[in-house]
Write a protein that binds this ligand. Structure first.
Ligand code: SF4
Length: 479
């Protein structure tokens, strides 16, 4: 991993157009806006009069759809798009989405963000009944379960509804049949999903920033447990699974995963990060001369800290925006240089000063130590490290790669040890009691914060630990 940060596993996107428009190009722009949610593979499936075709591959959106790939995809009035991040193992082409499944009653394309917690059991049952899996992903488990029900139920939405009785864990889905587009969100609402309106169509997306990118007007979020169906009759909703669980939006979407210009379940990500910074200032005050943030997601938190504490905010670190995934990591020893190439301190902001350095989180601690070193070498007199996320103490099973406890910095070390290892004058983390108050109204309900508290909204998979993604086949990512 280039930087020591947790990674989101996917972004989903889909269009239903009621008139001719270039849905392939619009989906490309939408996926571009969602690129931060997954950089290892991407794809678009398009529906032209009931014929579904797809183009997908490993790589960034701009690379996979370079040249005439979009033109070759053709025209149509419906699409499903996906950006993917593989958690472990190789970024296998077979796991890249959307998945396109042909069955006796038709064809579907499906894109998924999240992780099921009972996929091993379901996969086992499906295999016993003759399903032959082509991927190692739980998305295929969802696709086959939907297909199983579709063969005996009158409509795709009935099949999705029945599938939601069986699958557990995190899923935001966009599903396309020859005649309809379906968006569905798990009853906890772990991962975001929203609906927008185009002039002549509808868009569904993981985040509102992708609606903005295609000129769509935000209509609303898909509610936890809701199935939204868009077809020739317009847009309708099934809420059989809504309200069956306590809502549990991943709070780390607000702190780190989502783009700051997105609204998630009505919450501005940008404002939530500033609130996290303000809480940090109240919880961990210190005498200092300047507050700086680690780009990108530490910046908003630093502004919030500065505003609350009255200590001036300064631009202390500049990020090189032009480092992509093609950047070569030459040797293990050059990792410090990598940080130096990606981030450069502004000496005039920090030299001779007592600096409060704010980052969005500490996972394994390796990058944080290098960033502190940069700031010290630029002349900081003191460095006080603050994390706008609480301490990561537990693994995540709901669609991120937050690892087993034994690999988490805050689980392995106490605060004195962390302070020494990072070489900082003080250290402070947002308290778990405040991480659930990041919405503008400050209400504390409706979030998952399990990687900080250990209170899982639903049962984790039976087999847990760092090999959680290899319950079935040990070499591939989960999707
Ligand atoms: S465990 Fe953490 S990262 Fe995973 S869904 Fe919950 S808050 Fe998000």
């Amino acid at each position: 991993m280039y930087f020591d940060k947790p990674r989101e596993e996917c972004g989903v996107f889909g269009i239903y157009a009621t008139r001719d428009m270039d849905v392939a190009a619009l989906t490309y722009y939408g996926l571009y806006a969602l690129q931060h949610r997954g950089q290892e593979g991407c794809g678009i499936a398009i529906n032209d009069g009931g014929v579904i075709s797809a183009h997908k591959d490993i790589g960034l959106v701009g690379d996979v759809f370079s040249g005439d790939a979009l033109t070759k995809l053709g025209s149509g009035r419906m699409t499903v798009g996906h950006v993917r991040y593989a958690t472990t193992g190789s970024a296998d082409r077979l796991n890249v989405q959307p998945l396109v499944i042909t069955h006796r009653n038709g064809r579907i394309a499906l894109a998924h963000n999240g992780n099921l917690t009972n996929d091993a059991k379901l996969r086992d049952e499906l295999e016993r009944n003759g399903s032959i899996f082509h991927t190692t992903s739980d998305t295929e488990v969802i696709a086959y379960t939907i297909t199983k029900h579709r063969l005996v139920l009158p409509s795709l939405e009935d099949a999705v509804n029945r599938t939601m009785d069986e699958i557990a864990g995190a899923y935001s889905l966009v599903i396309m049949s020859p005649t309809k587009l379906i968006a569905a969100r798990d009853p906890w609402g772990f991962r975001p999903l929203c609906i927008g309106e185009l002039d002549g169509g509808y868009v569904v997306s993981s985040e509102t920033c992708a609606l903005d990118a295609v000129g769509a007007r935000f209509l609303r979020d898909v509610r936890p447990g809701e199935i939204v169906v868009i077809d020739g009759d317009g847009i309708r909703s099934n809420t059989d699974h809504s309200g069956t669980k306590e809502p549990a939006l991943c709070v780390f979407e607000l702190i780190y995963f989502a783009r700051p210009d997105s609204l998630i379940d009505g919450i501005s990500v940008h404002e939530a990060r500033q609130r996290a910074g303000a809480f940090l200032a109240l919880e961990h005050p210190v005498q200092a001369d300047v507050v700086i943030g680690v780009p990108d997601s530490g910046i908003d938190a630093a502004i919030g800290y500065a505003r609350q504490s009255g200590i001036p905010y300064g631009v202390g670190l500049i990020k090189n925006k032009y480092i992509g995934r093609t950047f070569i990591q030459p040797t293990q020893q050059d990792r410090e240089n990598q940080v130096r190439i990606k981030l450069n301190p502004i000496a005039s902001t920090v030299a001779g000063k007592r600096v409060i350095l704010i980052d969005d989180s500490i996972v394994r601690g390796t990058t944080s130590r290098r960033i502190v070193k940069l700031v010290r070498e630029a002349g900081a007199k003191e460095v006080h490290f603050r994390s706008s996320a609480p301490k990561f103490l537990h693994p995540c099973y709901f669609g991120t790669d937050i690892d087993s406890s034994e690999n988490l910095f805050a689980h392995k070390y106490d605060e004195r040890q962390m302070k020494e290892m990072l070489d900082v004058d003080s250290i402070g983390f947002l308290g778990p009691e405040n991480v659930t108050k990041l919405s503008p109204l400050g209400e504390s309900k409706g979030f998952c914060a399990a990687c900080f508290t250990g209170a899982y909204p639903c049962d984790p998979p039976q087999k847990i630990g760092k090999d959680k993604y290899s319950q079935k086949i040990p070499t591939q990512g989960s999707r």
